[in-house]
Each structure stands twice: as structure tokens, then as C-alpha cells.
Ligand binder design. Structure first.
Ligand code: BG6
Length: 470
């Protein structure tokens, strides 16, 4: 659709930025915090772990001041379950809760709307030792934990997110890192865990509505459109298979409270269908999100499965993320898109398409909670960081967002990844995403000084002009 006139971004649009607790905070064992599963991961030799990260725990006031200078209207961050409930459930750690109270108050004092993710990959290790998400007791633990946060912050936090990228945890668990011993759960186990997360999510959404009358809550799934490699009908079926299994199957349960039929039949056929307790179907229906959050980085191109082992390949040479499944789909190349230094597809138009599909499917407002480009940004001798590639990446995505709004999508905000440099999930500190550079190396912590990148000035201008000055 080429429009004759373009509408501007809405006046109350949430221009924001994102981080997650374990990737930014550091202070991994301070003030009563217990270890989470990510603290216990194996790190490839030479890469950063999460112990100090960006030291935000000790420097949050300085960071929030920078976010205010950037002009952020919203800051999306996660709360570390392990700070608030070091035993996973039960006794509340006042110091942990207090850290987030101070952070939220600091944001509000600068007019920045807090957007809080309850759980971003960092399950308490103590719960993992009791079976983690395979254990139904983790559902109750998550609901208790969410209740503590709703009671503590429900009067000042309006936007809540349940679980970050459940689909990544279930479909590509290696993307979060490698557990000691290197063994990842089987698909059967993962789909059972996924079911427990879906039930927990539905209960938490219902609880939010009960305890925080002004609160809004939604799921945050890594969502993207799939292209078919050719117009061969079997390529079209394969692309639809993978788009459904990877994205819609998770969002359909979150929004409609029932499993997607194609996904469910796939699970039955592969003997992967989770065991459901009586009452689960009713619980799933209780979850009524107010909005859908999407993390969008790239699209994928898909071909029909050849039905053999050649269907499986590593994404961009990264063995932690294997694509393809015999009988379902295989990954293909798209000659019409660019790629980042880490091999991720760059596809701004794909964002417009993904927004259209999400809006059409769920009829809910959409918040983009992640989008960005990982790059080995370099601090120059003159103290600058020239990340023009990031500016170009975001400029093009913002342009497509405006088109999507003109398409009728109710887009309420944009929180790119990341507000400040953070440790990547499994590719260390050299892979940076922030508007603010943190002066540290993989292991050499240097002085952790904050330095504004060129993209900081660009985003500041963009926000100040309500998205016009691109
Ligand atoms: C998202 C995650 O999938 O992608 C973030 O929610 C993550 O936690 C981001 O950091 C970028 O991925 P990576 O692997 O480059 O850190």
C-alpha cells in the first residue's frame, strides 16, 4: 500500500528502550540475591558472564538520568525474581524489592513510564533444582512472585509483561546459553514446560487485573513473519508451518486461551503434546491480555522440508540456534535482505508485515518491546562511538512503523534493544546494542564509564520531534 498522505505517530506514543535484569544489573549475589539459572550457565572461554554486566545495580541513578536526557517516555526492564524471592517463593527479600522501588521512583520522577517484565530468562536456580518449569509447583511460585510485585508496585506501574520470549526458551533453549554439562531438555520436556508457563501466564494476567485495576499486562513473544522461498505451494505450507509453530502458537494461547489447532495436531502427531490437568483449559481462558508485546529483529525465509537430516542447519553459523525440522520446514536464504555482522537478517519491511499480521490476528494494541542491531561498536581515540549502522537500522524500522500505523495497526510504543550496552544472551559483551556505550571488555571491566553513542543523539532528536526527524 502506497499512501497519498501519512499520519504522524500518536502524541502519547511510548518512545522507549529496553534491557533485562541479568544482562544489565550485575551485583549477581548482592543484598540477598540468590543465583538464577543464567548465573549458573557455562560461558564460552573469554566471554563475559553476568556477574557485573553493566553494573546498573550500582549506577541506576546515573543511567536513568541518561535515559531522561535521551528523552525516553518509557523504559522496559525486567525484575530479577531472585532478588525479590531468593528462595523462589515464600519470604520476600526487602532489599531486593527496595532496589526496584527506587528504580521505579527514579524513572517516574523523570517522567519515564516503567514497563516491567516479570520474568526474562532468569528462573531462580533453587526452583530449577526442584524441576524448574517441568514441576507444576513453579506455576504457583510464579503466581506468588507476581502477586508480590503487583502489591508492591501496582500503584505506580501501569505496563506489565509476563514472560519474555517463551518461544525462544522452548524452541531454541541454547540461545539462552549452555547449562553445565551441555545437555538441553528434550522437546517432550520443553513442551510440557511450555504448557506450565502458559498456565502460569494466564493466572498472572488474571491476577494483575484483580490486584491492579489500572494495570495493563501482556505476553512478549519474539514474533516475526516467514517468507516462502519460492511460489511452490509446498514452500508456502512450510512457511506457514514454521510461522505458526514459532510465533502464533504461543500468542494464540496467550490471547485466545486455547491451543492453535495446527500446533496441537503437530504436537499430537510427534507425541509431544503436554499433559494437561483437569482445569487447565479453564485457567488458560482466564488470561486476557490488554496488549501484545513483540520482540522483532528479523524475518526468516522458509522452504519445504526434504524429510531428511539436511533440513537442519545452524542459524548464521551459530550452533546454539539450530533451524529446520524434518517434515516441517527448512531454512532458506533471502537474496532481498541484508545481514548484520552477526548474520541476522535485516528486514525493516518485515516489521510492517509482522505488525499487520499481529494486529489482524489479535485486535489488540501492540508494543514493540525489542528491536535492534548487535554490533562490535568501537570507542574511537577521540572518545566517540560512530554507530551509523544502528541509526540506519532504526531509521528504516521507524519508517515502517509509521506505515504500519497508517495501515491501521494500533502501535502504542517502541522500546528498542537496548537502552544501554548489556551482555548478550550467549555472545558476550562485544556484541553491543545500546544507545549508551559501557566502557568494559569481555573480561576487563575497565572503568564501566557511560559514553553516549552517535545513535543517542539521533534517537534524542527523533523522540523530541515525535518521530518526524529521522
Ligand atoms: C532477545 C532477548 O531475544 O534478543 C534479549 O529477549 C537478547 O535478552 C536479544 O539480548 C538479543 O539477542 P542476543 O543473543 O544478541 O543477546
Amino acid at each position: 500500500m502506497i499512501y497519498q498522505r501519512l499520519n504522524d505517530f500518536p502524541k502519547d506514543f511510548l518512545w522507549g528502550a529496553s534491557t533485562s535484569a541479568y544482562q544489565v544489573e550485575g551485583a549477581w549475589d548482592e543484598d540477598g540475591k540468590s543465583p538464577s539459572i543464567v548465573d549458573m550457565l557455562d560461558h564460552p572461554p573469554g566471554t563475559a558472564d553476568f556477574k557485573v554486566a553493566s553494573d546498573h545495580y550500582h549506577r541506576f541513578r546515573e543511567d536513568v538520568k541518561l535515559f531522561a536526557e535521551l528523552g525516553l517516555k518509557a523504559y522496559r526492564f525486567s525484575i530479577a525474581w531472585t532478588r525479590v524471592l531468593p528462595n523462589g517463593t515464600g519470604e520476600v527479600n526487602a532489599a531486593g524489592l527496595n532496589f526496584y522501588r527506587q528504580l521505579i521512583d527514579e524513572l517516574l520522577s523523570h517522567g519515564i513510564e516503567p514497563v516491567v517484565t516479570l520474568y526474562h530468562f532468569d528462573l531462580p536456580y533453587v526452583l530449577e533444582q526442584q524441576g524448574g518449569w517441568s514441576n507444576r509447583a513453579t506455576i504457583d511460585a510464579f503466581v506468588d512472585y507476581a502477586g508480590v510485585l503487583f502489591d508492591a508496585f501496582g500503584d505506580r506501574v501501569k505496563y506489565w509483561l509476563t514472560i519474555n520470549e517463551q518461544n525462544t526458551m522452548i524452541l531454541h533453549p541454547g540461545a539462552i546459553g549452555t547449562p553445565k554439562g551441555g545437555v538441553l531438555p528434550s522437546k517432550r520436556v520443553l513442551y510440557q514446560q511450555s504448557h506450565h508457563m502458559l498456565v502460569a501466564q494466564a493466572r498472572v494476567m488474571a491476577l494483575c487485573h484483580q490486584r491492579c485495576p489500572a494495570g495493563k499486562i501482556g505476553p512478549a513473544i519474539n514474533t516475526t513473519s516467514m517468507y516462502q522461498e519460492t511460489c511452490h505451494p509446498l514452500d508456502a505450507i512450510a512457511a506457514h508451518n514454521w510461522e505458526t509453530l514459532r510465533c502464533w502458537s504461543f500468542l494464540d494461547v496467550a490471547v485466545h486461551g486455547r491451543y492453535n489447532p495446527l500446533a496441537w495436531h503437530y504436537l499430537l502427531d510427534r507425541e509431544l503434546a503436554p499433559q494437561m490437568e483437569p482445569g487447565d483449559a479453564a485457567l488458560l481462558l482466564q488470561g486476557k491480555p490488554d496488549y501484545v508485546a513483540i520482540n522483532y529483529y528479523s524475518t526468516a525465509t522458509i522452504a519445504a522440508s526434504r524429510g531428511d537430516a539436511s533440513d537442519i542447519s545452524a542459524r548464521a553459523g551459530d550452533q546454539q540456534i539450530m533451524l529446520g525440522e524434518s517434515g516441517v520446514y527448512r531454512a532458506a536464504e533471502n537474496p532481498f535482505v541484508g545481514k548484520t555482522r552477526y548474520g541476522w537478517v535485516i528486514d525493516p519491511v518485515g516489521l510492517r508485515l509482522t505488525l499487520r499480521k499481529t494486529a489482524e490476528r489479535y485486535h489488540l494494541p501492540i508494543l514493540i518491546t525489542e528491536n535492534g542491531i548487535g554490533a562490535p561498536d568501537e570507542l574511537q581515540a577521540d572518545g566517540t562511538i560512530n554507530d551509523d549502522y544502528r541509526i540506519e537500522f532504526m531509521r528504516q524500522h521507524v519508517e515502517q512503523m509509521q506505515l504500519a500505523i497508517n495501515d491501521g495497526v494500533e502501535l502504542i510504543g517502541y522500546c528498542p534493544w537496548a537502552a544501554i550496552d548489556v551482555v548478550s544472551t550467549h555472545q558476550g559483551y562485544a556484541k553491543r546494542y545500546g544507545f549508551v556505550y559501557v566502557n568494559r571488555g569481555e573480561q576487563d571491566l575497565k572503568d564501566l564509564r557511560r559514553i553516549k553513542k552517535r545513535s543517542f543523539d539521533w534517537y534524542q532528536r527523533l523522540i523530541a520531534s515525535d518521530g518526524r526527524q529521522r
